[in-house]
Design a protein around this ligand. Structure first.
Ligand code: NDP
Length: 309
């Protein structure tokens, strides 16, 4: 069997383009873990994935039952797993009212963080069983959660507070009023804290290596599907010509594929970013993401919420 990578949300944007890069390399089998089976199949065909290089499997991260069923179905398939990419996300910047997952969590944190938190914890033992020397777990982060950057300082800023909202069943992690844009940013901070806490817990005990990344501003993906039309027109232009942070879906997909497969990026606990001149480099995380106490607390609260503790 070829090495296998599972990519969540591989039906669109970054996940789809990373899947394409890996499937077309001829070196990987890609499991596209998607909520919309037919969308994933037609996207793979549209991008010319070689036949036999991919499998589509159903996964709805907005349901913890679905996450568990996916893990069971994947194990029953008999495939090895050498890399897991937690990529899928929803972003509801214009929502006036919160929406909820099947388990009653606000949908951005429930999908982007809690669904992936359960998936990653369940599949860790399967990654351990990989014949690869260093199987990789990649959790996609974002600059928008990084308040040490310009983009991370656009209000509303990410802020998990003391996590009492998450622990007590409030809509927002900090227990304050619902804000869809902030909920997304909070969820990306959770993604990066989770990667760091995995690294801290398993360094020296596991051969699995953990990584996060900011692939650049991929201003035209489906992530912005719920944004105002004017935003969807102007944002890519702003990113291309003003911030120069714009990256095409194809290039971003290659960057994520690099974190999965490039021997040069075989390093534990790194938040990767790219510069046009230097290529991939190890980036600094924000103060909140560097807060190891918060990472422990988030882990413990999340474990209870997804039924692992
Ligand atoms: P897209 O909207 O194009 O892709 C998101 C993917 O997540 C889609 O495949 C979507 O499925 C899937 N998804 C959403 N909800 C669920 C769910 N409940 N269960 C399973 N899959 C689900 O966005 P991007 O490609 O831009 O986003 C991918 C990642 O990149 C995210 O983690 C995002 O935070 C990150 N990112 C994006 C940046 C950007 O500029 N776009 C910048 C930095 C990070 P479906 O196709 O069915 O909708």
């Amino acid at each position: 069997q070829k090495p296998t990578v599972i990519i969540t949300g591989a039906s669109s944007g970054l996940g789809l383009n990373a899947a394409a890069a890996l499937a077309k390399s001829g070196e990987w089998h890609v499991v596209m873990a998607c909520r919309d089976f037919s969308k994933a199949v037609s996207a793979a065909k549209r991008l010319g994935f070689p036949s036999g290089s991919y499998t589509v499997m159903h996964l709805d991260l907005a349901s913890l039952d679905s996450v568990r069923q996916f893990v069971d179905a994947f194990r029953a398939s008999g495939r090895r797993i050498d890399s897991l990419v937690c990529n899928a996300a929803v972003y509801l910047p214009t929502a006036k009212e919160p929406r909820f997952t099947a388990d009653g969590f606000e949908v951005s944190v429930g999908t982007n963080h809690l669904g992936h938190f359960l998936l990653a914890n369940l599949l860790l033992q399967d990654l351990e069983a990989s014949p690869a020397a260093n199987p990789r777990m990649v959790i996609v982060g974002s600059i928008t959660g990084n308040t040490n950057t310009m983009a991370g300082n656009v209000p509303p800023k990410a802020d998990l507070g003391d996590l009492s909202g998450l622990a007590n069943g409030a809509v927002m992690i900090d227990g304050k009023e619902f804000d869809g844009a902030k909920a997304y940013k909070d969820s990306k901070v959770c993604n990066m804290l989770t990667m760091r806490e995995f690294t801290r817990r398993y360094a020296g005990k596991s051969k699995v290596q953990f990584a996060s990344l900011y692939p650049g501003c991929i201003a035209e993906t489906g992530l912005f599907r719920e944004h105002y039309d004017a935003f969807k027109t102007l944002f890519p232009l702003f990113q291309k010509y003003v911030t120069k942070g714009y990256v095409s879906e194809e290039e971003a997909g290659k960057r994520l594929a690099q974190v999965v497969s490039d021997p040069a990026l075989n390093k534990n606990g790194v938040y990767w970013s790219w510069s046009n001149t230097k290529g991939a480099f190890e980036n600094q995380v924000s103060e909140e993401v560097a807060d190891d106490g918060k990472a422990v607390k988030l882990w413990e609260v999340s474990e209870k919420l997804v039924g692992l503790a």
